[in-house]
Design a protein. Structure first.
Lengths: 399, 399
């Protein structure tokens, strides 16, 4: 039978990353395609201890239905942490626990965006977010990224040129896929532009804690006097992604609608993962864990950048991230990295082609995203080396 | 600031049940309002043992990102169980793990229903489902419930009288809120009507295993030759709801779209809960647990029905469930059970007013839903007794 598919879901395709992951499942393949955190840093022994204790001694709390807003002590701990670490402390805001940062983006879109309304995104941007906007029939408008974040003039022009602009989506810190960080000046300017035009900002900050040298820029949310900013955070990159625990901080009026949307989506985030996140912070030192992560990723990133300098053809552009999980490269010369991907996969190395992160995914793109967080140093170097050979050859044909 | 709320979410209100739960949190209140399973049946010791083992010995599996479709061994176990227990085994179908049965309903709606399209529901029906449909701007049409399930003639008239009918939502077994079970004849007739008109059925079956005497009627899905039926199931009522693990079985074309929708919603269902569900079935005897649940609920239901016969005014209608968690009563005489609820709450007993389960929630309703699964025998009897006094008084004023 031919099924009637909704308009909102007809437009959307599964992400190309998923297809690449099929290659990546082969252990002989060097995957620079993922966005997974380093598994050797999971505090699994401590979580095992907590899980056993909770299930044994607090069975009803761990296994019965919970409230949609999330486990109250976890919400309070997140509020306290946001205040301490990110200077986020606006009267009139509230925090809701969500099933991963992704859900904060999806539910906000459901609550605020009609089909045909405009959502402005950085270009390139995170496919999970752009697909969430697409899945509600939003009209996506891309604003180019500079190395210090979104181009603010282009942003203002985009707001003025489009009707019903409902959201500006940004990952200001260690952006996915570019690894770029928005300057303080641009953060302020972005907030002012949004305020002037009455547009809500989604500030997605899953990587903010993963700063290599400990430097942290103020979040846009910390500048938010009007309740314009929806701040999405997550335990995925500072604890473990398989738990699917994230949080969202926004004006109470928005949180209220998101709570109703969450109630019909998954009722509440699974209790045991919420309790594990809370009790890990309560019983252990999450900041000490984060310090370890920063060192691990800083080292791996440096390894990758060294390898790129050594093995990639001269003149290939790459970003120099100060945190997070990703390096962005651009081969230029009209090369289509999507078309090049099968050759690389045949040589047992995979990346994510740049077109994945664009508003128009059908347009050829010469850029690509590399991830350094899951592979060993050796494999990072070997992977980059293999890519270098293929890229060199491809560039030769263009001369 | 005034936020722009989407049309789809403007129409929807938080469920009245949530407000009632605020009373129910007071331990001195007898709550016959919930839908929670009996917490004394949670196999928490076994789950504690499994959780500790998994987190210690399989940290990457337990804590890293998983695939959107769900943990493969769990999907296979669910498929095997559906075949064995429910005779669900259609070539061309697939199973996806979802974050509770609720998510199967929500994602199916997102994938199949445009704003303004019609969704037909039993009346009364489960508020979580009706609100999920409302949250996508569906036009809800109610079909009256008989004691043996949906009125099929009224269903066919509703399909013929409305445009773009995309879904028929039914809980054929131990329905929420009525506790009623659809006869085999009606199941067949419902399927034939849906097939004739090319409308997809959502068969929601969270309570099917909780049959008091072990009798099970064939699922509608087991009759599905065309791939018309989306079957939603859950571990919430046979293991623990706080895990948020459910499953959906449907034609592959529908599952594919639901996978894309799930990917942008919560990426995947939390790994540890999925692993707990799988390993509990693998290492322990879930059927033995279900047998215990059946006996527990059968006993509590009988206790409640006895109390109703003893303490409710003569002539009050009530259903006689053969499984599940709910009894439905109707006071008649134009009584508005929503208006009566505060008096009952003041007397420390709460129920869910019938209007909650209707398409038009603003229309006064003389019915109410009672739950027997969470309270002790004593409190069930005492709660019904208190309600009986209030209902008696209210009926007196109508004479």
């Amino acid at each position: 039978m031919e099924f009637h598919i909704s308009n909102r879901m007809s437009a959307i395709r599964g992400s190309a990353i998923r297809e690449i992951f099929k290659f990546a499942a082969d252990p002989s393949v060097i995957s620079l395609a993922g966005g997974n955190p380093a598994p050797e840093l999971f505090p699994n022994e401590q979580l095992a201890e907590i899980a056993q204790d909770l299930l044994k001694n607090q069975p009803v709390l761990s296994l019965q239905y919970g409230v949609t807003e999330g486990y109250t002590p976890l919400r309070e701990a997140v509020k306290a942490r946001l205040k301490e670490k990110e200077r986020i402390d606006r009267e009139g805001d509230d925090v809701i626990i969500v099933s991963g940062g992704q859900q904060g983006i999806e539910l906000s879109t459901k609550a605020l965006v009609n089909e045909g309304d405009t959502v402005i995104v950085e270009e390139p941007s995170f496919i999970g977010a752009t697909n969430a906007f697409r899945s509600y029939g939003a009209h996506l408008v891309g604003v180019p990224m500079d190395e210090d974040g979104m181009n603010i003039e282009a942003l203002e022009k985009a707001i003025e040129a489009n009707d019903n602009v409902r959201l500006i989506y940004t990952i200001p810190t260690f952006q996915n896929p570019m690894g770029a960080t928005m300057s303080v000046e641009k953060r302020k300017a972005l907030y002012e532009v949004a305020k002037k035009h009455g547009v809500v900002i989604i500030e997605d900050n899953p990587y903010g804690e993963l700063t290599f040298d400990g430097t942290k820029l103020p979040t846009i949310k910390s500048m938010d006097t009007e309740g314009l900013v929806i701040y999405c955070g997550s335990f995925s990159k500072i604890l473990a992604p398989g738990l699917r625990v994230g949080f969202m901080c926004a004006d109470k009026a928005i949180v209220q609608k998101v709570v109703v949307a969450k109630q019909v989506s998954d009722v509440h985030t699974a209790m045991l993962p919420q309790l594990l996140a809370y009790e890990f912070m309560n019983r252990f030192d999450i900041d000490a864990l984060i310090v370890k992560m920063r060192a691990n990723y800083a080292h791996k990133c440096a390894t990758m950048l060294d390898a790129i300098e050594t093995y990639f053809p001269k003149g290939v552009f790459h970003t120099t991230p100060k945190g997070g999980l990703f390096v962005w490269c651009d081969l230029g010369h009209g090369i289509d990295t999507l078309k090049l991907a099968p050759t690389c996969a045949a040589n047992k190395v995979v990346y994510v082609p740049g077109n994945t992160f664009m508003v128009d995914m059908d347009k050829p793109c010469s850029a690509l995203r590399l991830n350094y967080s899951t592979m060993t140093d050796e494999r990072i170097v070997e992977g980059v080396k293999r890519l270098g050979v293929i890229f060199e050859k491809e560039l030769e044909t263009r001369k």
